[in-house]
Design a protein around this ligand. Structure first.
Ligand code: HPA
Ligand code: ZN
Length: 333
């Protein structure tokens, strides 16, 4: 039996802080003299039973306290890239949450220099091209997002785009209109989480007020036929995260996930892992889970992989995009 080869894919919705595995968290805690409230890695993993987005975010932010030095951020990104390569990821557009670190006294420079150390050698070591997307925490003041954009100025060479994450409901996209206008003026690409827990109006706001080019999640856009028609017409990519949706109870079970219907409606869907350490699977684990639970065919998986490269921010290297697309076309399932 030939061994299983995952389809080549781009990962477009991945929070680097959400790749922090319990073992690494405890190793870094010890190295940095940080005390975690959970006794050990097993106890911690057992705490990964979430009610909703907020219950996850509370643990997600708490565990970040172990990330202190450049070395820590480099180790985090290196561990992700190694796992991602095993899962067929060939290109990764990686979110990071600077405010979650600067708010506890870790400098923007420490975070981005550490991440960049791993990313800069990723093509050579792991065969994965990378981009960084700086995400603003929407449940913090807009002034904090503007400060973060200012702190990013010396590092713009390393940053491809901006995103918007954290608690969605009650923090509509329109709040960040000025932040996104400034980011666009700096030449940054724009994405935003929308329609994860929030309704279709959050997706409309992200498109109209923020001018985003992709929607992160976008699951609930499908409740609105006119919005769905618009997303199909404009071929706006959605970065869906099926295992995340189940763990955060946005859908009841994976078998009930609307992905097949969304694909059939003509939406440009991609499948991603979001916070793989917390949600039970990396990129290809999500592909195989939807294949098994939803009966997706090999050609459906090929479409998802093709969409991921078509939706990637690879305009500065169309040759690379073409090479990846050729790999997808040639893949034998
Ligand atoms: N949603 C919103 N914010 C986040 C997520 C998510 O799934 N993961 C990390 N930050
Ligand atoms: Zn996310």
């Amino acid at each position: 039996m030939p061994s299983y080869v995952p389809v080549p894919k781009a990962e477009l919705h991945l929070h680097i802080e959400g790749t922090l595995e319990p073992d690494l968290a405890f190793a870094l805690a010890e190295r940095n003299g940080v005390t975690l409230t959970h006794a050990d890695a097993l106890t911690l993993r057992n705490a990964y039973a979430f009610e909703d987005l907020q219950s996850f975010l509370t643990l997600y932010y708490e565990l970040m306290s172990v990330l202190v030095t450049e070395d820590d951020f480099a180790a985090l990104a290196e561990a992700y890239l190694k796992r991602a390569a095993e899962q067929g990821v060939r290109h990764a557009e990686i979110f990071f949450d600077p405010q979650a670190h600067t708010a506890r006294g870790v400098s923007f420079g420490t975070v981005i220099r550490g991440l960049d150390r791993a990313l800069a050698r990723s093509e050579e070591r792991h065969g994965i091209s990378t981009r960084l997307i700086m995400s603003f925490l929407r449940d913090r003041p807009v002034s904090s997002a503007l400060d973060t954009l200012a702190e990013a100025q010396p590092y713009l060479e390393l940053i491809t785009g901006v995103g918007l994450d954290s608690a969605e409901v009650g923090f509509p996209p329109e709040l960040f209109t000025e932040v996104y206008a400034r980011a666009a003026a700096l030449g940054l690409r724009r994405v935003a989480h929308a329609g994860e827990e929030g309704g279709p109006e959050y997706v409309i706001g992200a498109l109209d007020a923020l001018g985003v080019e992709r929607i992160d999640h976008g699951l609930r856009a499908f409740e609105d036929p006119a919005l769905t028609a618009r997303l199909v017409r404009d071929a706006v990519p959605l970065t869906l995260c099926p295992l995340s949706n189940v763990r955060l109870r946005t859908v009841g079970t994976l078998e009930e996930h609307p992905l097949p219907a969304m694909m059939a409606a003509g939406l440009k869907c991609t499948v991603n892992s979001d916070d793989p350490s917390y949600f039970g699977g990396y990129a290809d684990d999500n592909y195989t889970a939807v294949r098994d639970a939803l009966g997706l065919s090999s050609e459906d998986l090929r479409t998802l992989a093709r969409n991921s490269f078509e939706a990637a921010f690879l305009e500065d290297d169309e040759q690379l995009r073409s090479r990846y697309l050729a790999e997808v076309a040639a893949h034998r399932f």
